[in-house]
Design a protein around this ligand. Sequence first.
Ligand code: IPE
Ligand code: MG
Length: 226
Amino acid sequence: MDGNGRWARGRGRPASFGHRQGVRAIKRVLQACEDLGVHALSIYAFSTENWARPRAEVRALMRLFHETMQREIDEMHRRGVRIVVSGRRDELSARMRERIDEAMARTANNTNGVLNVCLNYGGRAEIVDAVRKLVRDGLPAQKVDEEAISSRMYNPELPDPDLIIRTAGEHRVSNFLLWQSAYSEMLVTETLWPDFGEDELKAALAEYALRVRRFGARPAAEIAVG
Ligand code: IPE
Ligand code: MG
């Protein structure tokens, strides 16, 4: 969800103003996912690297996450959305962890859709944490395979993303879902996150529908003609 800062700066406002508008975009996109039949949505809210931002911005972001989770949980639950949070919990405040546990526990049995909030999330940190679990589980080297690692990710039951949308024109992965994105389709849009909505999502899905996914194999038609 990139571009909140630029969106705010363009209006002569502080980054936190852009982050607030960013939350509105999340609500629009979540609704659009429901309408368009997208079952799982992962949003990159805060990376393990974002702590390096100015203290006031970090504090404003944390306050915004906390307040948003508190305010939106009832509606999410009513709409049957399951909320999961991916990331390192122990570096978050106790009250944030409480909100997260509450949201996850309350919505655990919902089946209308999944919202995966990546908070204090890093793709490398997730792999490191999975390897730690492997070691703690005492797995011998010959038992270490992709399944052993996949099953130790933060939320192993989530499907790998089919499509990753990067807003604000950045062409980099920024430590997002490194393990899970091995064969994800990537799409970069110039649209700043606060301006993202149903129309942009529709356009992204239309573009996705044109992609041919081979997962490293050769398509059947190509084999047929030699
Ligand atoms: C949002 O966008 C990312 C978050 C950490 C929530 P940015 O704050 O990175 O926006 P730009 O890159 O300054 O425009
Ligand atoms: Mg940015």
